[in-house]
Design a protein around this ligand. Structure first.
Ligand code: BEZ
Ligand code: MG
Length: 378
């Protein structure tokens, strides 16, 4: 619990610093199963600390009781949460979802000043607006429907089968809006109404990295589960929530913004000669890895707007403009290289990368050359 509290307090301090000293009222948290296994429930403890509830172990060390941490001890308001659990988390940790739901409801029912208890503050408004009772309004633990996983945004991005960001956001809301309810724990209930009304109060999104080996652009599941732009689209002011990532895989846990983490990923992997030369020593597979990473990067533009222009610009410099490199990639794996070319064009077409027309002309030309090459028309 101690290191969980440190991460949460760092996150809050950083957000306050960048937000005129104000506490965030709601944090939308993404919970995965695997990181909780590895860290013995670190992210569960983080959420408990946000709302100011303490798990109390019984004589056998099992946690099945909860206690409200007094406000004087907490030293700040109880922060509201929206808990977005992966399908894997739901499979592995249904009892923990139960505890989280109870913790949130306990906070909502605490008769405290609303400026010191954002869970209660929001739940009271929701109950009024939606014509439901306080416990129903204090629903914050969401996941996919039973037997379902992922928002499927990753598939849409990987196959380029989407028109607008709204389409991706609709997928997220439709698939991730099933609520766990400790008052009726048998089933995951579709509760999009409360999901949306809770999400639109969020000023911050947050997820823990799962391991030091697998980072944000290594796999498509990270951007698939990120609610940042979903929240902007729901908020009345359209404001993008601040997005943070914690690296709890090391002893001294770091809290970084999502953009910083994506930048770090680009610098240490895709744009790092040591990294891509290592990849390219695997030949065909290496180019495939590069193209997958570039697609995942576009995923971060699509779901969170977390990618700086220079990431695409330098990718283009490194792998397209460099003639020798370009030829190497083309020879090693023309299909994956074509995907890199189309992905860069897609990044520009969707407004994620602004660049000189000459770069775009070259990419289009190159696309044609690769097509001819693949079809054997020399
Ligand atoms: C999880 O551990 O919850 C998870 C693993 C892979 C993809 C998505 C989620
Ligand atoms: Mg999932």
């Amino acid at each position: 619990v101690k290191s969980a509290a440190i991460v949460v307090e760092r996150l809050i301090a950083r957000q306050k610093l960048e937000n005129g000293g104000n506490y965030p009222e709601t944090i939308a948290v993404v919970l995965w199963g695997t990181d909780n296994i590895k860290t013995y429930g670190e992210s569960l403890a983080q959420v408990m600390w946000m709302v100011g509830v303490k798990p109390v172990p019984d004589a056998l060390g099992r946690v099945n009781k909860l206690e409200l941490i007094p406000l004087e001890e907490l030293g700040r308001p109880r922060i509201d949460v929206v808990i977005n659990c992966s399908g894997v988390f739901r499979e592995l940790f249904i009892n923990q979802m139960n505890l989280l739901d109870k913790a949130v409801k306990m906070a909502a029912e605490a008769d405290e000043p609303l400026e010191m208890n954002f869970v209660r503050k929001h739940a009271l408004v929701q109950a009024e607006e939606l014509g439901i009772n306080l416990r129903q309004a204090a629903t914050r633990v969401f996941s996919n429907a039973s037997g379902s996983y992922s928002s499927n945004i990753n598939l849409a991005v990987e196959n380029s089968t989407w028109e607008s960001e709204e389409e991706l956001q609709e997928m997220y809301l439709k698939r991730k809006s099933f609520a766990f309810n400790s008052d009726n724990p048998g089933m995951m209930d579709d509760n999009r109404q409360v999901f949306e009304s809770a999400l639109k109060t969020a000023e911050v999104t947050f997820q823990n990295l799962d391991s030091s080996e697998i980072s944000l652009t290594d796999v498509s599941h990270y951007f698939d589960s990120d609610p940042t732009k979903v929240i902007s689209s729901l908020r009345k002011d359209g404001k993008k929530p601040a997005a943070y990532i914690a690296d709890t895989t090391t002893a001294n846990a770091q809290v970084r913004t999502l953009s910083e983490t994506v930048r770090l990923d680009a610098r240490t992997k895709m744009l790092n000669p040591k990294w891509y030369e290592g990849m390219l020593s695997h030949g065909y597979e290496g180019v495939r890895e590069l193209s997958k990473r570039l697609v995942n990067t576009v995923g971060w533009s699509a779901t969170a707007g977390a990618v700086d222009n220079w990431v695409y610009e330098e990718t283009n410099e490194t792998f397209i403009k460099d003639e020798a490199m370009q030829q190497r990639l083309l020879n090693l794996n023309p299909h994956s290289f074509r995907r890199m070319v189309t992905t860069l064009l897609e990044a520009n077409g969707r407004g994620y990368w602004e660049t000189d027309d000459s770069n775009l002309d070259r990419l289009r030309e190159l696309y044609q050359e690769i097509e001819d090459r693949i079809e054997g028309v020399e």
